[in-house]
Each structure stands twice: as C-alpha cells, then as structure tokens.
Design a protein around this ligand. Structure first.
Ligand code: SF4
Length: 260
C-alpha cells in the first residue's frame, strides 16, 4: 500500500529542526497555542499587505485602496519603485505573484509559495515581502529554512543553475523606507542544503516510525534539553494516536508562516 505523502513547508522544517516535540504537538496533534492579540494584529496587517501586492502584480488596480490611506500609499509606491529599479523589472521579465513550487522527495512533498517570482532569460529572482524592519542578524535569516528551502526548490524544479537564482527579502514598515536583503545561491550551497534536508527527513522518518509503532514521543534536541523551560511539558504519553500509519501522517498539513 502506498504511504501518504506529507506536505512540508519552511515553517514545518524550521520547527522540526528547532524542537521536534513541539513539531509533534503542533502538526501531529494539532495543539497550537492561542495567538496573542498583538501578534494577531500584525498577522492581519501582513496578510493584507501580501494581498495588496498580489493584486498589483496580477495587473489589478490598487489605487482605490491606497487613496484612503496616505501612509500606506507612500510606502507601497516607494516599495514598487525600489523593486522595479533593484530587479530591473521590464517587459522582458515574466512575473508571477504567489507562485507555487512543490517537489516530492521520498514520502514528503516539499512546498513553497513565492510572494513574487521574476524570470529573465539568464536569472530567476524570488522576492518575499516582510512587514517588519530588517533584522540585524543576517546569518539567522540565511539559516532559516525559508531561505534555504525557497532557493533549493527553484534549483531542483527549474532549468536555472543555482548561480542564476537569488532570493530577496523586502522589509516594509510604515513610516520607514523599504529595505532589502539578497541571498545569492550557488552550487556549493545547493549541495549543503541538500544534505541538511536529507538529514532532517531521515530523522523525521525515524521519529514517525517510533511514534507510530512504539508510541514514543518525538525526542528533544540533545543540545538544548538542559536549558529549556519547556522540557518537561512534553513528557505526557500520547494516548490518542491511531495505529494506522496513513491516518497519523495525513493530518499534517501546510501552515504558511507570515514572518520569521
Ligand atoms: S529542550 Fe525545549 S526547545 Fe529543545 S527540543 Fe526540547 S522542548 Fe524543544
């Protein structure tokens, strides 16, 4: 019997790498924590901004929305000007907002949705909107699975060489000028990310097998268990897991993260 394919997005890879017990809790048992009102508000603004950008790049007018909010109008116009200059947007480019990419790897379907993909003959640029200020720590963003998976997937699912692919984050927050940070891809990075990804998926295979066959919870990361205040929270025994492998696996679904 064919095993169910598990969808994995960057948000899930990040959580799996950071904290396997929390991955089990959130994605297998679907026990997410309630969202704080301030976070909820920021997510709402983030979603509205993404929809606005999608509407613009679909060729639909956003003038009536901008006319009623002058601060928003100023920042959107500044962003569109900067994007056009920085990425050399012209009639030779093919662009698509909310562009989906998926790649099946063993029992997993790796997925990404690019806020904007810009395709030229010799290069492919992925753009991602962030509705907060540019973080100081570039390394942290570079190591985030959003950066790694987005670049990896395009190299694996297109004819572009890794060296022809880049990912740019645009940081937008009223009343600041938009800022950007670009990560160029390379063959060396592609090999590194491939190994990291395979390592993570092999671990996930093992955790799922242990959970399903031996009722063993996902393990803690060895390098953080002594310091973590949540360590003991994850010791409760799992009682409600079905033995059927397909039932267990099929409840994992993609949750797109708006921010890092
Ligand atoms: S020690 Fe804490 S952060 Fe580390 S894996 Fe366990 S619960 Fe997660």
């Amino acid at each position: 019997m064919k095993t169910a394919v598990i969808r994995l997005s960057q948000a899930q890879l990040n959580l799996l790498e950071l904290c396997p017990p929390q991955f089990q809790r959130v994605y297998l048992e679907q026990l997410g924590s309630p969202i704080e009102p301030e976070v909820q508000e920021s997510l709402l603004w983030g979603n509205q901004f993404h929809q606005l950008m999608q509407q613009h790049f679909l060729g639909l007018s956003i003038d009536s929305i901008l006319e009623v909010d002058q601060d928003l109008k100023k920042i959107v116009e500044a962003l569109l000007r900067a994007v056009s200059e920085q990425h050399n947007l012209n009639s030779d480019c093919w662009t698509e907002a909310e562009h989906y990419r998926g790649l099946e790897k063993e029992n997993y379907l790796l997925t990404a949705i690019y806020d904007l993909l810009i395709i030229n003959e010799n290069k492919a640029q992925i753009l991602d909107w962030k509705t907060y200020l540019q973080p100081q720590n570039k390394k942290k963003l570079e190591n985030n699975w959003q950066t790694k998976l987005y670049l990896y997937l395009l190299a694996e699912t297109s004819n572009y060489l890794p060296e022809q692919i880049s990912l740019t984050y645009w940081f937008v927050k009223i009343p600041h000028e938009p800022q950007c940070l670009t990560f160029e891809y390379s063959d060396k990075l592609h090999q590194e990310y491939t190994k990291e990804l395979e390592f993570l998926l092999i671990n996930l295979d093992e955790y799922l097998l242990n959970l399903n066959e031996n009722n063993l919870n996902f393990p803690h990361n060895k390098n953080c268990e002594n310091n973590c205040p949540y360590y003991n929270l994850f010791f409760s025994k799992i009682n409600n897991i079905e033995n059927d492998n397909n039932n267990l696996l099929s409840i994992i679904d993609e949750i797109e993260e708006v921010s890092i």
